[in-house]
Ligand binder design. Sequence first.
Ligand code: ADP
Length: 334
Amino acid sequence: EREVNATPVRSDGDLDAGLRPRSLADFIGQPRVCEQLELVLHGARGRGGTPDHILLSGPPGLGKTSLAMIIAAEMGAAIRVTSGPALERAGDLAAMLSNLVEGDVLFIDEIHRIARPAEEMLYLAMEDFRVDVVVGKGPGATSIPLDVAPFTLVGATTRSGSLTGPLRDRFGFTAHMEFYETDELVRVLRRSAGILGIDLGGDAASEIASRSRGTPRIANRLLRRVRDYAEVRGDGTVTVDTARAALAVYDVDELGFDRLDRAVLNALIRAFGGGPVGVSTLAVAVGEEPATVEEVCEPFLVRAGMIARTPRGRVATAAAWHHLGLTPPAGALN
Ligand code: ADP
């Protein structure tokens, strides 16, 4: 007899999927985006058409993929998922586009990383629901026009600034996702705790929420780490004390900064005297990709009031000096 393991191995990624909100009503926070989106979707439904192409922009983990799935669900449409880096050749995109059926949602994550030939193909598909497929090479190459079923492109990007003008212009609606307020993250945590069967006290929820960098994905991740701690070191109940102790183990400080956030602040202040310094120089100093520092780390440090962007580079604010236990120099930004 073969032994059968009844519990399939589940990664954090699977768990994330289980925690995704399924409808706009289920989606917590982002009231402006939700209201605008509701109008776009309602309008299209009323006319019996497909909604305009939609661009979702904002830092990672704020719910862009979840919203794309919700858009499809609210329209009763199927969703096809791909990403900018996966569309290296225009042919890859042509294959996806020609397989769409009317009303489908095509979700392209990290759309700012799409290769130029695929991007150019996308212009025509978005505007005229048509692609020109080039067959052959050199002087004998011919271009074959193909119809594409009317679809809605939902693009997600962590840096809408690096989208080319022509691509940005072809979206009928752009949603700017903001970091979540602590009370919104408390609601995210309560919902997730309910789904995962975690006994989460109210104060503990606030404690985790206030250290989640304004980001639901991080809130859910910290919740799971705190649960581990509560189960291994306690009776499974998540109290403020277990939350604090667990977050200390994972190097999350009172403001929610993780190792990389603190490394960036340290470099900015100790190595560069508080700036101004360019973001790529900072990235080299902490041994990270510039894109990670710029798209993941910096937006939250700016929102937390630790870093200011100036024309000459990044500058540490007085609050950042204080956070590291140092006295800010005279003239430090507030
Ligand atoms: P992004 O695509 O912006 O990186 P995701 O849509 O993948 O973010 O969201 C990450 C996780 O955070 C989701 O799996 C979901 O569990 C949670 N999440 C995001 N936004 C919300 C929200 N508004 N309400 C509840 N949970 C959310």
